[in-house]
Ligand binder design. Structure first.
Ligand code: SF4
Length: 338
């Protein structure tokens, strides 16, 4: 038996200060009629069965969920998606054009350095992908505006991936927005079966989930079928499994920023593998189950507590002390109270 989530929430959110965009002029067929009980994103097997039974595409199922569970009109959903994608692109561009130095000093316009480096490891496209994922995440680390898809810690992966995908393949925004809906459906299932939060399931839950969303979106946008989309998710999860959350000084900077770049690369390699019909062997639902099991058994020091991993290294501890002293120095003193 399936149960409705008590508090369904959007998986793609954006800062409330985002500018308002005009409502999309969508054709009527983009608005799906309500069903008594749509699919509740409990598992991937069920999602595939639901799409086949109701002759819906993956993105249409998520659109139906948004309408049914949150009472949104289809036009509102498309408007929100467009707004989210615009903020993602803006974050990429800001990160590549403005000074990105965080207060701790750990982040120091790395994205720009990668983007402008004349030495290209694989191709200019790969260099662009890496620098764009870094750029959007650096904006987050410098307190700028990003889309938390699914979390702020992983906010560079979808922007870097989708921006680059759209540029290479000349995709219309509409196709990318459909990909975002597919990504949201993937996240809904991961949220129910495992977790999207580093504090609950380690970094695999944050950057791993974002990479899975991105990989599924890439395969969808390039015309992959349902099995290929889900296979991309399974392969991505297999590659990200076990990654711990160990932010230095408790700041979402190191290793978070570089992990956004590596997760974007994994999303693309997984999509390439899945589109070639190379099987993940372990079905996607079982991969998510494994992710949940690994997250549950992870010690607390690897769950955003900054007590283990890189945060616990000698250098990590020294940075932590420095950041703490900085914070004490900027606390309001007695003068400020008068
Ligand atoms: S290390 Fe932790 S805080 Fe940083 S991105 Fe991963 S889950 Fe988020």
């Amino acid at each position: 038996m399936t149960t409705r989530p008590l508090n369904p929430r959007p998986l793609i959110t954006w800062d409330n200060s985002s500018p308002q965009f005009p409502l999309s002029n969508l054709p009527l067929q983009d608005s799906l009629s309500f069903t008594a009980m749509g699919f509740l994103f409990t598992d991937f097997k069920g999602w595939k069965e639901y799409t086949l039974k109701h002759e819906l595409s993956l993105y249409e199922t998520v659109l139906e969920y948004e309408q049914e569970q949150k009472g949104h009109e289809a036009a509102e959903v498309w408007e929100g998606l467009q707004k989210a994608y615009d903020v993602m692109r803006e974050a990429v561009e800001t990160g590549l054009s403005e000074d990105m130095t965080s207060r701790s000093g750990m982040i120091n316009s790395g994205a720009k350095k990668v983007f402008n480096n004349p030495t290209t490891v694989l191709s200019k496209e790969f260099q662009n992908l890496v620098s764009r994922a870094l750029a959007a995440k650096e904006v987050n680390s410098c307190m700028g505006r990003v889309v938390a898809a699914p979390t702020a810690g992983a906010s560079g992966i979808l922007p870097g991936t989708l921006y680059t995908l759209q540029e290479i393949h000349g995709l219309e925004d509409r196709k990318v927005l459909e990909g975002l809906l597919v990504g949201a459906g993937i996240a809904l299932i991961i949220e129910q079966r495992a977790s999207l939060a580093g504090a609950v399931g380690g970094c695999q839950a944050e950057t791993g989930s974002a990479a899975a969303m991105a990989s599924g979106a890439i395969v969808y946008c390039l015309g992959g079928d349902v099995d290929q989309v889900f296979n991309a998710v399974a392969i991505t999860i297999q590659c990200m499994l076990g990654l711990v959350c160990d932010p230095v000084a408790g700041l979402v900077e190191v290793p978070c920023v570089v992990r956004n770049a590596s997760a974007a690369a994994i999303a693309n390699s997984s999509a390439q593998i899945a589109l070639s019909n190379v099987s993940a062997v372990i079905p996607v639902d079982e991969c998510i189950e494994a992710m949940g099991e690994v997250g549950q058994s992870m010690e607390n020091r690897y769950k955003e507590t900054a007590l283990g991993g890189l945060a616990a290294t000698k250098t990590g501890q020294a940075i932590s002390k420095k950041v703490l002293i900085q914070d004490i120095e900027i606390l309001p003193g007695d003068d400020a109270k008068e």
